[in-house]
Write a protein that binds this ligand. Structure first.
Ligand SMILES: C[S@@+](CC[C@H](N)C(=O)[O-])C[C@H]1O[C@@H](n2cnc3c(N)ncnc32)[C@H](O)[C@@H]1O
Length: 93
């Protein structure tokens, strides 16, 4: 899925409930350096977002971070444009 979204036309990707940033990391691996796409990494939990920043690099070009509730994204710049992803793994017992 990350590959398909990374190659689709469109300049922005919003990842919701990013956790420690595994999904945005996959996007970054698929996107060409010069593709001029932006990725916004979001999570409701500031501590998780801090871990995502550590993993992805806080000052990486084209990547921004925001604490955000996935149910209330209207205040997030670009939330209504581009591609949105949300991934919450299910756990079986
Ligand atoms: C399983 S983890 C991360 C999953 C990650 N997307 C992945 O696939 O690896 C779920 C994350 O959802 C976040 N979360 C839970 N409720 C949320 C909400 N309403 N809005 C945004 N993030 C939320 C939690 O803080 C947690 O970091």
């Amino acid at each position: 899925m990350a590959k398909a979204m990374a190659y689709e036309p469109g300049t922005s990707i919003l990842d919701v409930a990013s956790g420690t940033g595994d999904i945005p990391a996959r996007f970054l691996n698929c996107i060409a350096q010069d593709a001029k796409k932006t990725i916004m990494v979001t999570d409701i939990c500031p501590q998780m977002l801090a871990r995502a920043k550590d993993k992805l690099g806080a000052n990486r070009d084209g990547v921004s971070f925001a604490v955000a509730d996935g149910y209330h994204l209207s205040g997030i710049a670009g939330a209504s444009r581009g591609h949105r992803s949300i991934s919450i793994p299910s756990h079986s017992q």
